[in-house]
Write a protein that binds this ligand. Structure first.
Ligand SMILES: CC(=O)N[C@H]1[C@@H](OP(=O)(O)OP(=O)(O)OC[C@H]2O[C@@H](n3ccc(=O)[nH]c3=O)[C@H](O)[C@@H]2O)O[C@H](CO)[C@@H](O)[C@@H]1O[C@H](C)C(=O)N[C@@H](C)C(=O)N[C@H](CCC(=O)O)C(=O)O
Ligand SMILES: Nc1ncnc2c1ncn2[C@@H]1O[C@H](COP(=O)(O)OP(=O)(O)OP(=O)(O)O)[C@@H](O)[C@H]1O
Length: 499
């Protein structure tokens, strides 16, 4: 594609240099530049991409996109824009042939439930015989093939190239998690969403967004970007949680059709007569077109919300209610979300990704409904992330668990003991244990659990690493739990049924 043809997609820019080279690729990492690349200079959190412009030219870059004039060879065009990340998103969309215009794209935002809801939507779409793509925290998935990811919502270059790959592989329907960071940084600029889903809003990521208002506003950008209910061939839908106050705010940010779902408030799509057991949930689904009995294997009120969101999003995407209900009936949990570890022990072990006060409370409340014996919770808080969350997480743990055990969860550059102190400051005078080594914390819980007890190992879910200092170590809660159960059993014959 010629540079000038590409630049037509930008609103405001200034070009130094007359040349109109053919652009062979767009790159934001100088190390990936090859002959003919457009190199995008991004001021990052650790280094400034502008400092690599010359290196990019030496590797064969044909043009530079920057926020300030950089010194390169005179004949190389330099395009100046206000924000290179946002401009890159628009150029990436154009460069890859605007792939999202050819896909039915559902975006899911909210503090909790994005991964779960996107997987539910994927399952329903598959049941309807669609070729699907999924983008989120765990991986990018194109049909059945999985690709590793660094971010919940990848940078626009990765995002658009993956959408293009989906088109090449005949994917028709894509669903993605849209993080507030991505919305704020403009990673999803240029994405043509058909349906935008809001799960819920509670405290998280204040290290980045600073205030709850800013955090809420960032999520709202998805609904502002969604566009028009009366879009020619593609009417747009905003799916909002009617029981969450933030939805009122998002209603005013969109001109799409609004469909609400909920349990308590009067909504378009509702769950009534909810009955939960340790092995599943039943409820009556109320839609404008009729009521239907629903049965699923997942537990927790939060999963009823997630499934209502998934049902609403797929109904407006033209999937029949019969197909949706069939898929819902066979929904399995997602790795690390309320995942049971079953080694034949006589107590329950649950691995869960809950890492916000709200999600931890939901999980522990759900466990409390079914467990008559002691509840243990192993929980830590991330380093270099919103510290005000720490005492609140500890308070939730102490409120719902009989044996709260505070430990480490990706301390990163912070002192793990200082993070524990922050947690402890929220529960002075209460009963809890602090064990800085996560493996020892899990072993402690398993060694002390008795028949009928339940251990919730929270915060890391599917993650298989622990970030300590600048290093990343292999660490998998599930593997550690399995190992602990087996080791204790072989040492003491403990934890076997009947002992
Ligand atoms: C804070 C943040 O958003 N950081 C993102 C950022 O990294 P960075 O700012 O450190 O980048 P940098 O290393 O300073 O590099 C700056 C530029 O110089 C370039 N460079 C660098 C070296 C070189 O030799 N040549 C060169 O050209 C880099 O390619 C880059 O373009 O750019 C990277 C590449 O796109 C991202 O992976 C990275 O996300 C990190 C991993 C991250 O943790 N981000 C969080 C805040 C985030 O986005 N989270 C959300 C939500 C998660 C949730 O809901 O829980 C998400 O969507 O993931
Ligand atoms: N609708 C919900 N409301 C509150 N808590 C939820 C909800 N759905 C899931 N959870 C809890 O939050 C945890 C994370 O769920 P999930 O991974 O689906 O959320 P997420 O939004 O993708 O999280 P992240 O943004 O950190 O990737 C789950 O393990 C569960 O404990």
């Amino acid at each position: 594609m010629k540079l000038k043809a590409l630049l037509k997609y930008l609103y405001q820019y200034h070009v130094y240099g007359e040349q109109n080279p053919t652009i062979s690729s767009i790159e934001m990492d100088s190390r990936k530049v090859t002959k003919g690349s457009l190199f995008v200079c991004i001021k990052g959190y650790t280094v400034d991409g502008h400092d690599f412009a010359l290196e990019a030219i030496n590797r064969g870059a044909a043009a530079i996109l920057a926020e300030r004039k950089v010194h390169v060879k005179d004949d190389i065009p330099v395009i100046i824009v206000k924000n290179t990340k946002r401009a890159m998103a628009i150029l990436a969309d154009a460069f890859y042939g605007q792939p999202t215009h050819k896909l039915h794209l559902i975006g899911v935002t909210g503090t909790n439930g994005k991964t779960t809801t996107t997987h539910m939507i994927e399952k329903i779409l598959k049941e309807a015989g669609k070729n699907t793509g999924l983008i989120g925290t765990m991986y990018i998935k194109i049909k059945e093939k999985q690709y590793d990811v660094k971010n919940t919502t990848p940078e626009s270059l990765t995002l658009q190239s993956m959408f293009k790959k989906m088109i090449d592989e005949n994917v028709t329907n894509a669903v993605m998690e849209v993080s507030s960071h991505a919305l704020h940084m403009g990673r999803v600029h240029g994405c043509d969403f058909d349906v935008a889903v809001f799960t819920n809003l509670s405290q998280d990521h204040l290290d980045y967004h600073h205030t709850m208002d800013e955090y809420r506003n960032a999520k709202g950008l998805l609904f502002a970007q969604l566009g028009n209910a009366y879009h020619h061939e593609k009417p747009k839908f905003a799916i909002l949680n009617g029981d969450d106050l933030a939805s009122k705010y998002y209603e005013h940010m969109t001109s799409a059709h609004i469909i609400t779902y909920g349990i308590d408030a009067e909504c378009d799509i509702m769950a009534k007569n909810i009955k939960m057991s340790a092995t599943g949930t039943m409820f009556t689904l109320v839609t404008p077109d009729g009521t239907y009995p629903v049965q699923m294997k997942l537990v927790g009120k939060f999963n009823v919300y997630n499934v209502l969101a998934a049902i609403s999003a797929t109904l407006v995407s033209g999937i029949s209610i019969e197909t949706i209900l069939k898929a819902v009936q066979s929904l399995e949990g997602v790795r690390g979300r309320f995942e049971l570890v079953n080694e034949g022990q006589n107590f329950t072990v649950i691995i869960d990704y809950a890492h916000t006060p709200d999600s931890l409370e939901n999980v522990l409340k759900t466990v409390k409904q079914f467990v008559d014996h002691k509840i243990f919770v192993v929980i830590g808080c991330g380093g270099d992330r919103d510290p005000s969350k720490r005492p609140k997480m500890a308070q939730v743990a102490v409120k719902y668990a009989d044996v709260p055990i505070f430990t480490s969860d990706n301390p990163r550059s912070e002192d793990p003991l200082a993070i524990l102190k922050d947690m402890e400051s929220g529960v002075e005078g209460e009963y809890f244990h602090s064990i800085v080594n996560r493996e020892q914390a899990i072993y402690f819980a398993i060694a002390n659990a008795k028949k009928g007890d339940c251990i919730v190992i929270a915060g890391k879910g599917h993650e298989t690493y622990q970030q300590i200092g600048s290093e990343t170590f292999e660490f998998d809660d599930k593997k550690v739990a399995v190992h602990a159960i087996r080791e204790l059993r072989s040492k003491h014959g403990k934890n076997q049924e009947g002992k």
